[in-house]
Ligand binder design. Structure first.
Ligand SMILES: Cc1cc2nc3c(=O)[nH]c(=O)nc-3n(C[C@H](O)[C@H](O)[C@H](O)COP(=O)(O)OP(=O)(O)OC[C@H]3O[C@@H](n4cnc5c(N)ncnc54)[C@H](O)[C@@H]3O)c2cc1C
Length: 511
């Protein structure tokens, strides 16, 4: 083992990725995690005999996760079972249901039947967005600690594809004229907690990624990924100290020296990586007065993602006709989205997502039973909504909506166990700043160089990983943030590493 000591605050997907890679390269890695289990927002929830994912349920860009395991000389498939879903999901509009699939001919035919005249748009979408994707991905694998990154040939080649100033929704107008079809290719901005009418056009690549590389589930839930990463870290000699809250970062001037735990113990390190939510860390963990660009006052003026209302239900029956993933659009989707993002208010006509994973994964519930995971995008805590008062009435509204809009009209009779997480719990228990679970919004002024840097720009020896830094929220980008920070530290301390290089030819489409 190298004598370089790396302390990581938080065992979420970002901290685990950086930790296992650095431990493999010989660093002495210690993670301090306030909870009893790894994973953060990607942790498991257990309710009696039922098991749920807390947050992420869509695994995209599987190849990227596999690369992270390869960085440690391992194969992901030796640790987890990754299952491809097909169709990807049910999209339910007020007057029709649509089942996107990775089989391109089948998809084109489905578009022809449901949205006649739009079918050729799909080929054009795959061709043009594929070109954009191949240019942009190498850009997202780089570090933007310096403005020089904008003069790197990789960035210069990608720059024309950024379509700055254009929104995701407008971009889809190049391919389709049917309103609902545009929504089918833009609702993915919800993965970033953003509105398709505000989200930058470059994020059309989210839908492209699904059609080119597939949508996956992990047997037992996506939380198994974090558990596997924790295992790898420990196999490599790293340690995770659970139920150990970090109280603050210790610094002398601008030089970070380590962290102080809640019990007062001081842990010194060569480098500190923060995986805890960036907004929370900036307001709670950094030495008072040390931040200027990202000070608590400045954060108040930044744009953040929406929040989510979560309902986890263990049922004594299985609804086989529902898909694994189901997105039920509000009757007036645009109004729902604009009220939430523009006015920080809720509407009675809301969209929601249901994961009915037991149709593909028998390990989550006892035989004949099933789990339902329901996510409703809601305003973040800038709304001032009193979630303590709203929790139960809103839960009833959500159940009402499910029974009215889906085949689960008898749902209430089959609930064995339930759990709710509101934005109040996201902020207080999960340490998520203003319950913006998808972090700082991904608009042009808060991306790349303009997002908090992986090598944090305000303090020395401090690095960031997770959804709040570059490249952004979402598991694939979070894994990449872990690798970028691990590489920056490796470079500084002479640990062996290979610069990642994206080679579209080597990645099998859909593989
Ligand atoms: C409801 C929901 C659904 C999502 N769905 C998807 C999806 O389908 N696909 C996708 O790709 N992404 C999805 N995401 C986004 C993203 O992938 C996850 O939020 C991801 O878990 C974030 O990882 P992270 O590394 O940034 O941080 P986190 O998962 O938040 O990890 C941070 C860790 O730091 C710990 N911590 C915090 N403060 C301290 C402290 N003071 N001391 C010690 N430890 C501390 C926390 O306990 C936590 O373990 C979803 C997110 C949410 C919330």
């Amino acid at each position: 083992m190298n004598d370089k000591k790396i302390v990581i605050v938080g065992a979420g997907p970002g901290g685990l990725t950086a930790g296992m890679i650095l431990a493999h390269r010989g660093a002495n890695v210690e993670i301090f995690e306030k909870e009893r289990h790894p994973g953060g927002r990607n942790r498991a929830i257990r309710l009696g005999d039922f098991r749920f994912d807390t947050g992420p349920t869509f695994l995209m860009m599987k190849y990227l996760l596999e690369e992270m395991f390869e960085e440690t000389g391992r194969k992901a498939s030796d640790y987890i079972e990754i299952v491809k879903l097909d169709p990807y999901y049910r999209l339910q509009f007020p007057d029709k249901k649509f089942f996107p699939t990775g089989e391109k001919q089948k998809m084109k035919e489905q578009i022809r039947v449901a949205f006649p005249g739009n079918e050729n748009g799909f080929e054009k979408f795959m061709r043009k967005e594929g070109k954009r994707f191949r240019r942009l991905i190498p850009c997202l694998q780089k570090d933007y600690s310096s403005l020089r990154a904008f003069f790197d040939p990789v960035f210069l080649k990608a720059a024309p594809h950024l379509s700055l100033g254009k929104t995701l929704y407008n971009n889809l107008g190049r391919y389709y004229d049917a309103e609902q079809l545009k929504l089918a290719f833009t609702f993915q901005s919800k993965y970033l907690g953003m509105s398709p009418w505000e989200c930058p056009a470059l994020f059309t690549m989210l839908a492209y990624m699904e059609y080119e590389y597939g949508v996956y589930h992990v047997t037992g839930g996506l939380n198994k990924i974090s558990q596997a990463m924790a295992r790898v870290l420990e196999e490599e000699g790293g340690a995770i100290h659970y139920e150990t809250l970090v109280r603050e970062v210790i610094a002398e001037g601008r030089d970070v020296k380590g962290v102080r735990l809640e019990n007062g113990k001081e842990i010194y390190a060569d480098e500190v990586i923060i995986n805890a939510d960036f907004g929370y860390a900036a307001t709670n963990l950094m030495p008072p007065g040390s931040l200027k660009k990202w000070s608590p006052e400045k954060l108040k003026k930044k744009s953040f993602s929406c929040g989510t209302f979560m309902l986890y239900l263990g049922l004594d029956k299985k609804y086989d006709t529902l898909q694994h993933h189901n997105i039920i659009f509000a009757d007036d989707y645009r109004q729902n989205v604009e009220t939430m993002f523009g006015n920080h208010q809720m509407t009675d006509d809301f969209s929601f997502y249901i994961q009915n994973a037991s149709v593909t994964d028998p390990t989550l519930a006892p035989p004949g039973k099933s789990t339902l995971y329901v996510l409703v995008p809601v305003p973040n805590n800038r709304s001032g909504i009193d979630w303590e008062a709203e929790k139960e009435p809103f839960r009833e509204k959500v159940i009402e909506k499910i029974t009215a809009k889906t085949e689960m009209s008898d749902l209430r009779e089959h609930i064995e166990v339930k759990k709710v997480i509101t934005p109040r719990e996201w902020e207080n228990d999960y340490n998520v700043y203003i319950a913006a679970e998808f972090n700082l919004a991904h608009n042009a002024s808060q991306m790349l160089y303009f997002r908090p840097h992986n090598r944090f720009e305000e303090l020395n020896n401090l690095y960031l990983t997770g959804g709040g830094t570059h490249p952004g929220s979402g598991l694939p980008t979070i894994y990449e943030s872990g690798r970028i920070s691990a590489n920056l530290i490796s470079k500084k301390h002479g640990l062996p590493y290979i610069k990642p290089s994206f080679d579209a030819e080597k990645i099998l489409p859909d593989g």
